[in-house]
Design a protein around this ligand. Structure first.
Ligand code: ADP
Ligand code: MN
Ligand code: MN
Ligand code: MN
Length: 338
């Protein structure tokens, strides 16, 4: 009889930013299939998801990955349900309207490795600042790239788990990095970003290094962290028409607030109109424009208006489920026949 470790992962109910929680369940002779992962429960009163006198919340397994960092183990991403089986208000995944996987998403997750002893980015000196930004982006070499051993270990774990990481790079600030994840299907993309975040937190634990997901952890002339959302659906991939693109893009203009509401906490600190961002209260789009809210990649235009769009506003701490859910809602609103 073989025993397996199943790590059930979910999002807590903290506002405005949810965090990862997880616990291990031992299963005998487990098949490795999602449908053989039982429903489970947890104490929602400890995660701001339920009152103490009625504390049970349910965990519904929705995606499974082998866990290469642990023997005989799996990572099981879960949705949180109320005791009556309805989606909990904290459950952004349940709000995604993409059951046919028409939407493809590529998320560019930026983050800071964080020196917990001095509460500064990994690579910052204890007192003062390192040299100004410039040499760190896509850098190599001690004194420029900090924490590569953590980043490499994380990349290997993601790939072995079957997460579709498309690339990594050192970012503009000291100790800041990025990974990109692409998936066909909005829910699958969100699942993979969350499990990749989980693996990053767990890997960095071993080095006693934190992960800072905040969108502007260092004030001053230091880049913030985003999570650009690249998206397409069948219409955008095949349109062949600038007009169709403009109808979809214009649908975003009247719902700035609805988007910003789910694009991550404290985004006003990052979306300032500087550092390759548009101001938080403005909406603009443009070909190759990294100062726009939504960039139209040049490749999309060169292919005759067939491709994807990049919403540059979501930040590093945003929930990819909620970001995807909102983008899908707005795109679909544009496509309803008049
Ligand atoms: P940049 O840093 O120039 O903005 P990246 O290469 O970091 O670009 O990220 C681009 C992302 O766009 C990748 O994650 C990629 O998977 C994604 N992408 C490419 N084509 C599509 C598409 N048709 N639909 C959705 N996302 C796409
Ligand atoms: Mn990128
Ligand atoms: Mn980047
Ligand atoms: Mn980008």
């Amino acid at each position: 009889m073989a025993k397996f470790k199943l790590e059930y992962i979910w999002l807590d109910g903290y506002k405005p930013t949810q965090s990862l929680r997880s616990k291990t369940r031992i299963e005998k002779d487990f098949s490795g299939d999602l449908e053989d992962c039982p429903m489970w429960s947890f104490d929602g009163s400890s995660t701001e998801q339920a009152p103490g006198n009625s504390s049970d919340c349910l965990l519904k397994p929705v995606a499974i990955f082998p866990d290469p960092g642990r023997k005989s183990a799996y990572l099981v991403m879960c949705e949180v349900l109320n005791a009556d089986g309805t989606p909990h208000p904290s459950n952004g995944r349940a709000t995604i309207d993409d059951d046919d996987n028409d939407f493809w998403f590529g998320f560019e997750q930026e983050y800071f490795l964080w020196d917990l002893a001095i509460n500064k980015p990994y690579g910052f000196p204890e007192n003062g600042y390192p040299g100004p930004q410039g040499p760190y982006y896509c850098s190599v070499g001690a004194g420029k790239a900090y924490g590569r051993d953590i980043v490499e270990e994380h990349l290997d774990l993601c790939l072995e788990a079957g997460i579709n990481v498309e690339g990594i790079n050192a970012e503009v600030a000291t100790g800041q990095w990025e990974f990109q994840i692409f998936a066909k299907g909005a829910k699958a993309a969100g699942d993979q970003v969350w499990v990749a975040r989980y693996l990053l937190e767990r890997t960095a634990e071993k080095y006693d290094v934190g992960i800072n997901w905040h969108c502007k952890p260092v004030q001053g002339d230091w880049n913030g962290s985003g999570m650009h959302a690249n998206f397409s659906n069948e219409t955008l991939r095949t349109a062949g028409s600038k007009d169709v693109y403009e109808v979809i893009l214009e649908a975003f203009r009247p719902v700035i607030k609805e988007h910003i509401d789910v694009y991550g906490a404290d985004n006003h600190l990052r979306l300032t109109g500087k550092h390759e961002t548009q101001s938080i209260d403005k909406f603009s789009y443009g070909v190759s424009d990294r100062g726009a809210s939504i960039r139209i990649p040049i490749a999309t235009v060169e292919k005759g208006w067939k491709g994807y769009l990049e919403d540059r506003r979501p930040n590093s701490a945003a929930d990819p489920y909620k970001v995807a859910g909102r983008i899908i809602k707005t795109v679909k609103s544009a496509l309803v026949p008049a």
